[in-house]
Design a protein around this ligand. Structure first.
Ligand SMILES: [Zn+2]
Ligand SMILES: [Zn+2]
Length: 187
């Protein structure tokens, strides 16, 4: 029986000359592993991943290009409301089939700044779910906002300024030294 995970497995060595194309949904249940521990994978704000891409043999190398997209429950860094954050990114990776027992020094030498290059020991086992999970974390932003216009919380009283107003701000602006009014300074 071929499991869903196997569906996304391949070897570079076994890749057809025409390459391989995907226009698929990667189920969240496959994508979510221990690295998703802090995320609520049961949240309805989570979606599966849409993945459209291809892997093609080019001059002895293997070029993976494409784009993915998914929504993820996040807390707004300004107003703290939970919302569905839309994540998406392009993928551009180059793989090369190395000899077995390739040492790590060679792998580092191969990586350049403009693209990610990875040397895989023969036969070049690749699992798209693992690759895309890595891409997901590469695209992860530690702080996100629910909207670029989010007004956030009032730093003084904690009111959500998207839904409510408060007086704190106005007062502070009018006279930031109001509290010092009755303070006697020593000469
Ligand atoms: Zn917000
Ligand atoms: Zn306030």
């Amino acid at each position: 029986m071929q499991s869903q995970k196997d569906k996304f497995s391949l070897t570079l060595q076994g890749l057809a000359k025409s390459g391989r194309q995907w226009d698929e949904v990667i189920p969240l249940s496959l994508l979510a592993d221990v690295s998703f521990g802090d995320l609520n994978v049961k949240s309805p704000l989570f979606s599966d991943m849409q993945w459209k891409g291809s892997l093609e043999p080019v001059a002895g190398q293997f070029v993976l290009t494409g784009a993915w997209q998914m929504s993820v429950p996040r807390r707004c860094g300004r107003c703290n409301v939970e919302f569905a954050s839309n994540m998406q990114a392009d993928v551009y990776m180059v793989y090369e089939l190395g000899k077995q027992h390739q040492d790590l020094a060679v792998e580092e030498e191969l990586s350049s700044e403009d693209c990610e290059k990875e040397l895989l020991p023969s036969p070049g086992e690749l699992n798209m779910v693992d690759v895309l999970r890595e891409q997901f974390w590469l695209a992860w932003q530690p702080m996100v906002v629910c909207s670029k216009d989010c007004k956030g919380l009032c730093l003084q009283c904690g009111v959500d300024l998207n839904r409510d107003t408060c007086d704190c701000h106005g007062q502070v602006k009018e006279n930031p030294f109001a509290a010092l009014k009755d303070f006697k300074f020593d000469a």
